[in-house]
Design a protein around this ligand. Structure first.
Ligand code: ZEM
Length: 286
């Protein structure tokens, strides 16, 4: 295929939909980042299944996974972009939207390449249960993220995305935001993990999370048990400390690891064309 695909035009249109006065904190950004992450975070390196290729979340098996509750908002935000640029695949659109959203929220520039296909290979469908459970601890995080091919440093860097957005009791059961300004990407999450006193709180729905209540501002911030686990595990905590004191290093490492996340399961030739997806069935060349 020779026609040049105008990803720049798509980026601009994604950037334009970031401002959503009626939605959470006035921004579509955080939920778009989560869509990109969940589209890719099903990857299993050993069986080479899951990952962003195929955009399986369009279908009930993956889209209806309770772990993906709420992500329909992100997909709906992106529909006008898909309608305007019908050539782009959902798999590319969702991963690109995460990358653009992070940049629009003052985060790092993240390298991104297109070419993912929307063809769903039934033999590559990920089973449910591959995404992390916020109620668990360090062993669970390692079990989930080592499966994708990430190490401890990368797990901590990726977790820094919790600078963004919030938990919704009707989606995950957890409630609240991690930081005071959840639509601006920074290393605040790491700083608060270390600097505030976090106490366990049982929500009305029986879900346990950690909270800090600030008397002066009367605001309550939250952490998931998995977030707190990062400070309790020696190997993880080393990187929490690093990223809390060095924002630039966090941005650098986050950029690399998010780029790696959205490439999981994708093989490319020297020109960047994806070699392991069937272009006859809904893809295109880079
Ligand atoms: Zn999250 N995440 N996540 N995450 N996440 C939530 C929200 C957001 C975990 C998790 O259980 C939850 C990564 C890793 C992990 C984002 C990005 C990334 C919520 C709240 C939960 C429960 C969902 C809700 O109720 O709406 C766990 C256990 C993780 C293991 C480390 C990684 C990696 C991410 C990207 C790189 C983002 C942006 C949100 C906020 C979404 C929103 O709607 O505001």
């Amino acid at each position: 295929m020779s026609k040049k695909r105008d990803f720049e035009a798509v980026r601009k249109d994604i950037a334009k939909l970031m401002h959503q006065p009626e939605y959470d904190d006035g921004s579509a950004g955080p939920v778009l980042v989560r869509l990109a992450w969940h589209s890719a975070g099903t990857y299993d390196a050993e069986t080479d299944t899951g990952g962003s290729n195929g955009a399986g979340m369009r279908y009930e098996a993956e889209g209806g996974d309770p772990a993906n509750a709420g992500l329909q908002h992100a997909r709906v935000f992106l529909e006008p972009v898909k309608a305007k640029h019908p050539w782009i695949t959902y798999a590319d659109l969702w991963t690109l939207a995460g990358v653009v959203a992070i940049k629009e929220m003052d985060g790092p520039t993240i390298p991104w390449k297109g070419g993912r296909t929307d063809y769903v290979d039934d033999s590559k469908l990920p089973p449910r249960g591959r995404l992390p459970d916020g109620a668990k601890g360090a062993d669970h995080l390692r079990w989930i993220f080592y499966r994708m091919g990430f190490n401890d440093q990368e797990i901590v860097a990726l977790s820094g995305a919790h600078n963004l957005g919030r938990c919704h009791s009707d989606r995950s059961g957890f409630e609240g935001a991690w930081v005071n300004n959840p639509t601006r990407f920074s290393n605040q999450y790491f700083r608060l993990l270390l600097s505030l006193q976090w106490r366990k709180k049982m929500l009305k729905n029986g879900v346990e999370q950690f909270v800090n209540f600030d008397e002066d501002t009367e605001t309550e911030l939250m952490m998931l048990p998995t977030d707190i686990a990062l400070t309790q595990d020696k190997s993880f905590c080393k990187y929490v400390e690093l990223y809390a004191r060095d924002k630039e290093r966090f941005f650098e490492d986050f950029s690399k690891v998010f780029a790696k996340l959205v490439e999981l399961g994708i093989q490319r030739d020297n020109e960047g064309n994806i070699t392991n997806s069937d272009n006859e069935k809904g893809g295109y060349h880079a």
